[in-house]
Design a protein around this ligand. Structure first.
Ligand code: GDP
Ligand code: CA
Length: 354
């Protein structure tokens, strides 16, 4: 089915005027791209549903990648969970694009003076507070899900953050110079060492975290955020049971391209795509995810208006593509993108309305 932007918008406008029911939205998410999308989605729902999300009319659950997590010394770092938490809390550094606003690095300087530390990984003082709290909870016997629950309780996020798994499934990057943790490849080597493969450690024995399969099964709408298709979304899909749950979900699955005009918007996801033999284009990523009707992931796919050509080429593949503005420059543009994603889901017959 081919959807035009106008058709979907017209439908969502009609739906908005008869706003009824309770809508449950689940978003598969990495860090920064996912965080921006979630902030826009929350904004859109708050405007469209004055009763408030998390209250009586709408519910957003983010299923978050944990493949980037690692132990640094005695601290458990969870970059994607934290990027989302800081962004939704309004505590993020908007200019730098990651980490906490007003951050300092006094503790890191002290560690360096003792000859301890990881110069390639910035550990800000405020950020360290989060890592210490998380590590404390984990050492007290809490799962990552429970620790995340405790940590996020401090903020008014309006989104439930669920780590995709409580098991440690760290992404390793295989290069010609050996295997290393994804974070080391990404931040220390700036993804410049050619990657041969990405391997999720111990993934075959990992389980989805409590609530993840349930969230997918009871969703009205599922969105694949504009996140890194390989190490963010790919890691989520690699956890045993997730793909099957998505295949069986009654909700439409709408993906948002992280690629615009053949380039990543931020970061180095192109290096990850190249490593798995996928071209850096919105269309190639959609084909990589595949149509749900043909055993893949997607029912619909949002590409940027500048990539509108791929709308017709994806139709025969069984993916309803739609060209809309994909740049999330601010909360307003992110909210419009979220509205378009929901519009695409309603055009495919999603339950409820916004
Ligand atoms: P990470 O874990 O911090 O790398 O973040 P994600 O995996 O969630 O997202 C990374 C992806 O977000 C990159 O591939 C970017 O191209 C994409 N991205 C960032 N900003 C935007 C934006 O404004 N629009 C779109 N469509 N994608 C974006
Ligand atoms: Ca990440």
């Amino acid at each position: 089915m081919l959807c035009t932007a106008r058709a979907v918008r017209a439908r969502s406008v009609t739906a908005r005027s008869v706003s009824v029911g309770y809508v449950k939205i689940t978003v598969l998410s990495g860090g920064v791209g996912g965080a921006r999308f979630l902030r826009g989605l929350r904004h859109h729902l708050r405007e469209a549903r004055p009763d408030g999300i998390g209250g009586t009319t709408a519910e957003i659950t983010a299923v978050v990648n944990t493949g980037d997590d690692m132990w640094l010394g005695s601290l458990r770092i969870a970059p994607d969970l934290d990027s989302i938490m800081y962004t939704l809390a309004g505590a993020n550094d908007e200019v730098r694009g990651w980490g906490r606003l007003g951050e300092t690095e006094r503790v890191s300087a002290e560690l360096a003076a003792y000859g301890v530390g990881w110069p390639w990984f910035t550990l800000g003082d405020l950020d360290l507070g989060t890592h210490i709290a998380r590590s404390h909870f984990l050492r007290s016997g809490l799962t990552l899900t429970e620790a995340t629950d405790r940590i996020t309780a401090r903020w008014d996020l309006g989104v439930t953050l669920l780590p995709v798994t409580d098991d440690e499934v760290e992404t390793q990057v295989v290069t010609d110079e050996g295997s290393m943790h994804f974070q080391e490849w990404w931040t220390r080597h700036r993804a410049a060492l050619p990657a041969r493969r990405f391997v999720q450690q111990d993934v075959t024995t990992a389980n989805p975290a409590p609530g993840v399969l349930e969230a997918i099964a009871r969703s009205d709408i599922i969105v694949v955020a504009p996140s890194n298709p390989v190490v963010s979304i790919g890691t989520i899909l690699g956890i045993p049971g997730i793909r099957a749950a998505l295949a069986e979900a009654s909700a439409p699955i709408v993906g948002v391209s992280p690629i615009i005009q053949g380039a990543v918007v931020r970061g180095m996801a192109d290096a990850c795509l190249t490593a798995i033999g996928v071209a850096t284009s919105a269309e190639a990523v959609a084909r990589h995810y595949g149509s749900r009707r043909a055993g893949g992931l997607l029912d619909a796919w949002l590409v940027d208006e500048t990539d509108a050509d791929s709308v017709t080429t994806l139709e025969p593949v069984g993916i309803a593509a739609l060209a809309v503005p994909l740049w999330m420059r601010d909360v307003g543009s992110s909210a419009r993108l979220a509205a378009d994603a929901l519009g695409a889901a309603y055009a495919l017959g999603a339950e409820g309305s916004v």
